[in-house]
Design a protein around this ligand. Structure first.
Ligand code: ZN
Length: 458
């Protein structure tokens, strides 16, 4: 039985129910129950529409944006390094090793200071919410307390989040000042972190979830990887890690384990239905089949890959195989904090992959045919696709889904959208939004029906 509506939303809703399908729902009434779940989606052609709309208009909680914009589903960012937030848009001129050893590890080690963690994570969560990121999948640091602080802030500020204490215990690959003291201690800390996040006050609905987080194979011992695989099974907990991101990582894993990254992760029990593999640029067809067999997912981070991967993820091939794919900013490996930017870069990267980039090669040898994705597909990956990968009912305006939404205000005075209703269709408006929207265009953001960011009155 449907729960009674706690609030109503009216106007134009745009979303992507399938990879290549944009659906535009005009003059639509969505009722949301007290838990923040969509109870019904009523379009003008449905029986009882007029009566329901008239009744809803008299409701205390009736929100209409029909005259000044439209609603989009909340954006799902599937790969964020939360502690790297103050490093966003810095150090990108450095080679990877220097970026990691001279900048990133020293910065991440600072999160043993809880006051520093609180200040940085407050700025991070507030800013991402204002940019429309309603769901975030976070790598935290090795520090148990700082990881909990991030989870607490997500609970308090209303963001949907997966928060992972980073496990990294390999003494050869991790600096002494920033790694798990021992394998056993690291496993205990990850175990405790899962329990603590699940039991946080205010998190009874489990909107904020733990996620087990081996940084990547090179930074973890075999014992750590196997231990985390066992914890994932014991706790029925999601997993995230990096997979075949760069030439170096890909070959390091083969040299150490004799296996390809996906094979090794599989062996350690780290490939599950809700595993998020960041990047996966160097995976081949057999890796894809392994990922598909587990129905695990890939977080495609196109902007970060331009800086640190040295190749373009074979997105179309993965999609053709039915692999779950979401988009990620990879803060701060990529200099963007908005999933709209991730969409733009996913499109650009796919087109570069298709056309190729070296003009000295003959046209037919330059690129990989059938690689490009459309703006509709990019938006699907940033919303619906992320939800599918995480096995969470988010990313769509559909009965039973969480009401996670953005109000895009087409009348914002500081906007770059340039929407001309005289000649622009709503599909044009959707495309322009995908290519131009910034936080200035996002008037309000809801997660589970609750306002979590609001720049202008609603
Ligand atoms: Zn990463």
């Amino acid at each position: 039985m449907k729960k009674p509506a706690a609030q109503y939303f009216f106007g134009t809703f745009m979303h992507t129910p399938a990879l290549d399908q944009l659906e535009i729902l005009h003059d639509t009434l969505i009722s949301v129950d007290a838990a923040g779940t969509i109870a019904s989606v009523l379009t003008p052609d449905e029986p009882g529409y007029r009566e329901s709309l008239n009744a809803a208009k008299t409701h205390r909680h009736f929100t209409s944006v029909n005259d000044n914009g439209f609603y989009l589903p909340g954006l799902v960012d599937t790969h964020i390094h939360a502690p790297q937030w103050p490093q966003l848009r810095k150090a990108l001129h450095l080679p990877l090793e220097s970026w990691l050893m001279d900048c990133t590890f020293p910065l991440e080690s600072k999160y043993q200071n809880n006051a520093f963690a609180t200040a940085m994570y407050t700025s991070l969560v507030d800013t991402l919410l204002a940019n429309g990121t309603t769901s975030a999948v976070y790598f935290a640091t090795v520090h148990r307390r700082a990881t909990e602080i991030l989870a607490e802030l997500c609970v308090e500020k209303g963001q949907r989040a997966w928060v992972g204490r980073v496990a990294m215990d390999d003494q050869q690959q991790c600096p002494d000042y920033y790694r798990d003291a021992t394998t056993d201690q690291g496993l205990r800390d990850s175990d405790d972190s899962v329990n603590t996040i699940r039991q946080l006050a205010g998190n009874e609905s489990q909107r904020v979830k733990p996620i087990l987080t081996p940084r990547f194979i090179p930074s973890c011992t075999d014992e750590m990887l196997a231990g985390l695989g066992a914890l994932a099974k014991q706790h029925s907990c999601s997993i995230q890690t990096h997979c075949s991101e760069s030439d170096w990582q890909h070959h390091y894993v083969i040299d150490r384990t004799g296996l390809r990254d996906t094979e090794a992760l599989d062996k350690f029990g780290l490939l599950t239905r809700t595993t998020v593999l960041a990047h996966a640029n160097f995976i081949n067809h057999s890796d894809m089949k392994i990922i598909k067999n587990h129905n695990a997912g890939i977080s495609h981070c196109p902007l970060s890959n331009q800086y640190f991967a040295g190749c373009v993820f074979p997105l179309r091939e993965a999609l053709n195989l039915g692999i779950h794919v979401g988009l990620g900013t990879d803060i701060s490996g990529g200099p963007g904090a908005s999933q709209f930017e991730s969409c733009r870069h996913a499109i650009s990267a796919s087109r570069m992959l298709e056309s190729g980039v070296n003009a000295n090669l003959e046209v037919h040898k330059r690129g990989v045919t059938d690689s490009q994705i459309s703006y509709i597909e990019a938006f699907y990956l940033a919303t619906t696709g992320g939800g599918v990968m995480l096995d969470e009912p988010i990313g769509l305006f559909k009965e039973g889904y969480a009401f996670d939404a953005l109000h895009i205000d087409t009348t914002a005075i500081d906007s770059n959208l340039m929407f001309f209703p005289e000649i622009d269709s709503h599909e044009d408006l959707f495309q322009k939004t995908l290519y131009a929207a910034t936080r200035a265009d996002i008037a309000a953001v809801w997660v589970n029906g609750a306002v979590v960011s609001c720049q202008r009155g609603i």
